[in-house]
Design a protein around this ligand. Sequence first.
Ligand SMILES: C[S@@+](CC[C@H](N)C(=O)[O-])C[C@H]1O[C@@H](n2cnc3c(N)ncnc32)[C@H](O)[C@@H]1O
Length: 251
Amino acid sequence: MRFNQLINLSRMLYIENTTKDLLERVPEPDLIMDNSKSVEAFDQQGSPGGALIPIYKYCARAISKRIPKNGTLLDLGSGSGQFLIYLAHKRPDISITGIDLSDAMVERGNYNIEKNNLSHQITLKVADMTSFSQHVDKNLNLITSVFSLHHLPQLSDLNKCFLEVHLAKSHTQCSFWAFDHIRPKHPSTPDLFPIVFTPQTPLEFREDSKNSLKASWSYEEVSTQLHIFKDCKVSHRQLPILRLYQTFFVV
Ligand SMILES: C[S@@+](CC[C@H](N)C(=O)[O-])C[C@H]1O[C@@H](n2cnc3c(N)ncnc32)[C@H](O)[C@@H]1O
């Protein structure tokens, strides 16, 4: 990390840890990612060597521990499938279905899956994460979501999504694991974040990171919605020190 990145990181840590208020939420300008520039930018950063790989590595490790051998997984908001391809390489035994509402993402994803010879293991479908429970496979073991819950326009949509997961859970006994940002507290953090962590990425990707942070749910907002799973065991965590990522697991 360069000197000016370290200075910006220290500044970000200081302002985030000393600000009491919470930034007002601004929903994503691209709720469904079908703009070709943002599809391209996200897809590129999820391919080998891209900026998303350390996050994919973390998520794949966490998911891998939570799915049985030869298990079945459903991913909500799977984008161009780059995370699922990463996961499939680590877990060749599992069957994966990804859903996304963007035709452009699914089209790019199908191209990526074929290129990686993974059509036997991963299927992508155009579908909505706020209404999918009727179509889940009876053998489903785990529902996952990586960087996609913040794309839902309103808190009521997050509620709908969790209700759908709850329904799917009651049909299949599956678990639910998700990873996403936490909305920052300080107004400068969305600008500083891409400068500190992904300074070499194209402008579209840095803009997307900024918009994602502004659109993310706070830890408390997610926590309140997780009450839907009051009959289940829920663990919900935020990254210590730099509280800009959250993860939860519902069994
Ligand atoms: C930031 S991308 C994340 C992609 C992927 N999970 C990854 O980490 O590589 C979020 C995705 O959620 C999708 N999305 C937004 N609203 C959705 C909805 N209601 N149902 C399904 N997908 C949705 C977007 O089209 C976009 O592709």
